[in-house]
Design a binder for this molecule. Structure first.
Ligand code: UTP
Length: 291
């Protein structure tokens, strides 16, 4: 069965990025001129996704507005003859079919995904987290879908991270099938460094199957008092094989201030319109700091 639906849980509070996220969603923070969430929606569309469900919460209206038609803005751009910008703005609203559901309380990622049960129905589906921006030749979700098509089971995006950072992630123990594809044998959410089963962290891209829902429904709160997807996946792994894919590409954790800054610099250096000028500026600033 083809994966046509994707769930975007965006109901988290974004506490690592306060005060910027006090009144506006972290998913709307712009990397140069596009909000984070648009990069991720574009990745999903490039991987063949046709329907997206945003699991939203209080204070996330800006996301809905961003993917909607803005009549006043479009009329103004048309009147001023700014046709390229008009097309760009209109394309955002026409990119993909988008649906919304509210997670009334931020009870954890697992709970947010449970809110997507009706939308998903009895199909495999993708989950993308809006603050992991992945710069890759082939979209990260596309890489996971290749694994799903071959092995027909849930697939998690994995990345090797420095052990001193492992306790910020869900972490897996896994047996290699190839050098990039693994069968997951254990999962732990935010383990202490000395208890982590490996240096392989779960990153914000998943292909899941509807078998996760009855488990999530009964899942007790775990780390941080939240209903954790990792805990539900551990239970699922006892009954069916779960796969991991060490994706190719560079991931930026844009929910973190330093990660966001690095992503901004990387993206700016890739943009033709100010590439050399920006690079020269960075060099000059670094030289001045060394003096
Ligand atoms: P994070 O762990 O990054 O939490 O959630 P957060 O609240 O967004 O950010 P910090 O850690 O406080 O800075 C991972 C993903 O799960 C979503 C978030 O929106 C994010 O995309 N999420 C988390 C929900 O949708 N609902 C929740 O109850 C928790």
């Amino acid at each position: 069965m083809q994966v046509k639906k994707a769930v975007f849980p965006v109901a988290g509070l974004g506490t690592r990025f306060l005060p910027a996220t006090k009144a506006s969603p972290k998913e709307m923070l712009p990397l140069i001129d596009k909000p984070l969430v648009q990069y991720v929606v574009e990745e999903a569309v490039a991987a063949g996704i046709e329907q997206i469900l945003f699991v939203t919460g209080r204070g996330k209206r800006a996301i809905e507005d961003h993917f909607d038609i803005s009549f006043e803005l479009e009329a103004l751009l048309q009147e001023k003859g700014k046709n390229d910008t008009l097309r760009e703005v209109r394309d955002i609203a026409e990119m993909v079919n988008i649906f919304y559901v509210r997670q009334k309380q931020a009870m954890g990622l697992g709970h947010a995904i449970l809110c997507a049960r009706e939308f998903v129905g009895n199909e495999p589906f993708a989950v993308l987290l809006g603050d992991d921006i992945i710069d890759a030749e082939k979209p990260c979700l596309g890489q996971l879908l290749d694994v799903y098509r071959k092995y027909r089971g849930p697939v998690l995006a994995l990345e090797k991270v420095p052990m001193e950072n492992i306790s910020s992630y869900g972490c897996v123990r896994a047996n290699g099938i190839t050098d990039r594809i693994f069968e997951v044998t254990d999962l732990v959410e935010k383990p202490k460094r000395e208890e982590a089963p490996s240096d392989m962290a779960i990153i914000g891209r998943y292909v899941l199957t509807p078998e996760i829902f009855p488990i999530l429904e009964r899942q007790e709160p775990g780390k941080g008092g939240e209903i954790q997807l990792t805990d539900a996946l551990l239970k699922l792994s006892k009954d069916e094989a779960i796969y991991g894919c060490l994706f190719e590409g560079i991931r930026h954790d844009c929910g973190d201030k330093l990660g966001f800054l690095k992503a901004t610099v990387d993206m700016a250096l890739k943009r033709e319109e100010f590439n050399t000028e920006f690079e020269e500026y960075l060099r000059e600033r670094l030289c001045r700091r060394q003096d």
